[in-house]
Ligand binder design. Sequence first.
Ligand code: ATP
Length: 236
Amino acid sequence: MSLLTINDLRVAYGQIEALKGVSLTVAAGEVVAILGANGAGKTTLMRAISGLLPKTGGTIGFEGTDITRTNADRIVRLGIAQSPEGRRVFGTLTVAENLKLGGFTRPAGEIPASVEAIYAMFPRLAERRAQFAGTLSGGEQQMLAIGRALVAKPKLLLLDEPSLGLAPIIIQSIFRSLRSIADTGVTILIVEQNARAALKLADRGYVLEVGRIIHQDNASNLLASGQMQEAYLGRA
Ligand code: ATP
């Protein structure tokens, strides 16, 4: 059954239509990648799903509930959490405080165990739990942003460009962690400019180009496609 169903979604910034009728589905347990160049509308799509942007048309359904006009706080409570582009950790709060905030919708008593689970997944964060998030490296901040979203215990994890600005070896490590997160049964929708890394993780992918889905296929077909190699994958 489809967990997330987006139908003909439109989002505009004033006169600029950033999403021009996007339709896609994500099934429970799937990892789905949205690929696209700068300005394709990837961040707009993520923010629209999270309830952070008004829609000018179309619908978003989550577990059969229409969430098109549901507010962001309620959307987290329903089970969608986002790790935003640029990480957006709270720099003047500690690692531990950032993680705790991720659980704002959950009973306080349940949060410590979830935070410990994040420390087990990212030992670097455990070592730095008392450090201000603003003093972490880019890779550590990315781990923290993902960890913070996971403390919400989402059914659907939205990841906006987790590889952005990171060195290849750090990207590999982040994607290994994402693999283990997916293996625990969390459904993932990831947007990436690093198409190769995203497709190695994903089951399926969609290609977004100036606000429209122009192509979709399973991840292995996209990785092998000549057209994709030329436009998004470069040389291996
Ligand atoms: P990037 O990877 O560069 O963030 P993206 O695929 O995430 O690209 P979006 O950030 O969603 O793309 O932007 C889609 C389009 O909407 C672009 O043309 C962008 O200039 C425009 N846009 C994004 N945010 C705003 C805004 N706040 N006001 C006006 N236009 C915007």
